[in-house]
Design a protein around this ligand. Sequence first.
Ligand code: SF4
Length: 186
Amino acid sequence: MSKKILLHACCAPCLLFPFRSLVESGYEPVVYFYNPNIMPYREFRKRLSSVKEYCGSHVIPMILDEQYSLERMLRLYLDRGNSPRCLVCYKERLHKTAALAVEKGFDAFTTTLSVSPYQNHNLIREAGENASRAFNVPFLYQDWTSGFKIAHEEAKRENLYLQSYCGCIFSEEERYRPSVRKRMNK
Ligand code: SF4
C-alpha cells in the first residue's frame, strides 16, 4: 500500500523532480504551499499562482496556504538571536507542514527545499527532524539535488515562473549586492 506524504513546496520549478521521484518510489504526495518567507507580497503571489497553475494543469492534489504576515516574519528573522536565519525560516515552514500532516492523517512529510543545491541541507534536515519530533510524524529527507538542473530546464519549457532569489528580502539583497553575502549571518 502506498504511503500518503505531505510535500511542502517552496515554488513550482522545485516541485517537479521531488514530486516525480516520490511517485516513482511508491508514495502518494499531496503538495502543500506554505511560504510566508517570500517577500515582497507580489513575489509571494507570483510563486503561489505558479504552483497553483502547475498543479491544476497536471491534476496534482494541492493545499495552498495563503497566510502572509510580513511583520511576523520580519520579527522572526530579526529576533532570532544566534540562530542561523535559514534555520528559523525552515523551521517555520516545516513545523507548519508537520502539524498539517498530523491533522490530515499523512504518514510522513517532506520538502522540495532539498532539491536545491543553494539551500543549506544540514539545516533543512535539522528543521525537519525537529518538526518530526515535535509533532510525532516521520520526516523524509531526500537529497534531490541531482534533479535540480533538469527540472529547471523543464520549468523553462513549461513557462513556469522562475524566481531570481531565494525568498526573504535579505536574500534579495544578497542576490543583487554580492558583497553583502559575506557579512550576513545566514
Ligand atoms: S535565504 Fe531567506 S527565504 Fe531563503 S531559506 Fe534563508 S531565510 Fe529563508
